[in-house]
Design a protein around this ligand. Structure first.
Ligand code: NDP
Length: 450
């Protein structure tokens, strides 16, 4: 790490301060460190931003609450609910809800911090937030999911609103959960507003919102490849995860002429040498979204390889798209990918690559997009859902998809603007961090010390 002086504070001193204030929050520290390091020279050259960063790493508001509910067996269960309202300087708080047993303050603060920069990159007026619960939806009945969501919303509703804070889905929160959450909000507040995004089409949702993160991540990969006169067509692609983001990344990659070799869940990955085509993907969508089964069942049905307990990064491919969770791709995985000829990484998940893996990708000068740039299509389309809700209109599929493509292209151009090295290599990490930071920092300066 550089030890350069930055208006009286070195990066190390700044990180010591962040560490002291946020003990036992490794994911949050990791996310802040990555951003601070890539902003160092930029802030040196623009001293007016010194001090803004210190405000930016402190959430505007942190809400933690009890979520009591009753299981099908009649047992009382207590979960913990969270909402981190990180930054509202360029728009109402916006960011997903995650239901997963690993959820804690550190993970949600890292996600909220990333969300602030990501939302700024979309060019839409969206602040940054994240929330969720340590509730584990796996193995729960629909009734239990509904009871939990209702109890969660009983508290959350007093903190959110269409012009205040607009949550969406994330890991463990899909269309079913958004439905239960929206229903409870409407019942308590007696108002039908766009307080959540990711809603069903019949009651305020937007076409393309379910597809947006995976599609956007594929469009971003295509944009990156175009800088080297290349494209997804004819390429082999390794994807992790088999949830919302992975499913639609798989669909779009296939439509663009790529061949998807793998998908995974937390138990292991499937490796289908023939490629996961539209028909096989339909089986996965039914398996994951309706039957809520395991990815190993795909291997049984299509007689392909299933590797238990491993991630897919050692499979030879041209392109990799991590679409499961944070820190799922480490240094050894990065080395294996590059050694096997991988030329492009487009992150669908948030912070899926460890810092050592990212450093390696940048050293090797391969095309590498951090999630805050390449997965921003999801929140961008949520922004489009909010716009449609405000106008009480529904745009066509083609219109929303065009907007999404346009936004991903803009984000890509912003990354080039701020991330191009002297030798022509595009450092998308620096590009995304500076591009996202400037707009928020300017708004914070203009609005005074709040
Ligand atoms: P889903 O819940 O739909 O799917 C998550 C997938 O990742 C599942 O296959 C799940 O497997 C796997 N997974 C989750 N946790 C782990 C873990 N600890 N180890 C291994 N595998 C894991 O979530 P999404 O697809 O919505 O989200 C995936 C990623 O994309 C997350 O990082 C999220 O923050 C990010 N993202 C999502 C957006 C969206 O619009 N949904 C927008 C931008 C980013 P299993 O079923 O076994 O748990």
């Amino acid at each position: 790490m550089k030890k350069k002086k930055k208006a009286g504070m070195t990066i190390q001193q700044f990180m010591d301060l962040v560490n002291r204030k946020n003990p036992n929050e490794p994911e949050f520290i990791q996310a802040v460190q990555e951003v601070v390091e890539s902003l160092d020279d930029f802030i040196d050259n623009n001293p007016k931003y010194v001090g803004v960063l210190e405000r930016m790493v402190e959430p505007e508001r942190t809400i933690i609450f009890r979520v009591p509910w009753i299981s099908d067996k009649g047992e009382f269960v207590i979960n913990r609910g969270f909402r981190i309202e990180m930054n509202s300087s360029i728009g109402p708080y916006k960011g997903g809800l995650r239901f997963h047993p690993s959820v804690n303050l550190s993970i949600l603060k890292f996600l909220a911090f990333e969300q602030v920069l990501k939302n700024s990159l979309t060019t839409l007026p969206l602040g940054g937030a994240k929330g969720g619960s340590d509730f584990d939806p796996k193995g729960k009945s629909d009734l239990e999911i509904m009871k939990f969501c209702q109890s969660f919303m009983n508290e959350l509703q007093r903190h959110i609103g269409a012009s205040t804070d607009v949550p969406a889905g994330d890991i463990g929160v899909g269309g079913r959960e958004i439905g239960f959450l929206f229903g409870q909000y409407k019942r308590i507040r007696n108002e039908f507003t766009g307080v959540l995004t990711g809603k069903s089409l019949e009651w305020g949702g937007s076409l393309i919102r379910p597809e947006a993160t995976g599609y956007g991540c594929s469009y971003f990969a295509e944009n990156m490849l175009q800088t080297r006169q290349d494209s997804i067509k004819g390429k082999t692609v390794v994807i992790s995860g088999s949830g919302n983001v992975a499913q639609y990344a798989c669909e779009k990659v296939t439509q663009l002429g790529g061949k998807v070799l793998t998908l995974s869940d937390s138990n292991g990955y499937i490796y289908d040498k023939d490629g996961i085509d539209a028909e096989k993907l339909a089986f996965i969508m039914e398996l994951k979204n309706v039957k809520r089964g395991r990815i190993s069942e795909y291997a049984e049905k299509y007689k392909c390889e299933y590797v238990a307990g491993k991630t897919p990064w050692h499979v030879k491919c041209d392109i990799a798209m991590p679409c499961a969770t944070q820190n799922e791709l480490d240094y050894n995985d990065a080395v294996a990918l590059v050694k096997n000829g991988c030329i492009c990484i487009s992150e669908g998940a948030n912070m899926p690559s460890t810092p050592a893996a990212v450093e390696y990708f940048l050293e090797e000068k391969i095309l590498y997009a951090p999630g805050k740039a390449s997965n921003a299509g999801g929140v961008a389309t949520s922004g489009l859902e909010m716009a449609q809700n405000s106008m009480r209109l529904n745009w066509t599929r083609e219109h929303v998809d065009e907007e999404l493509k346009h936004i991903m292209k803009n984000i890509h151009e912003t990354c080039i603007k701020h991330g191009k090295d002297k030798d022509g290599y595009i450092n998308y990490v620096r590009g995304a961090n500076i591009g996202g930071f400037v707009k928020v920092a300017e708004a914070m300066l203009a609005q005074g010390l709040v």
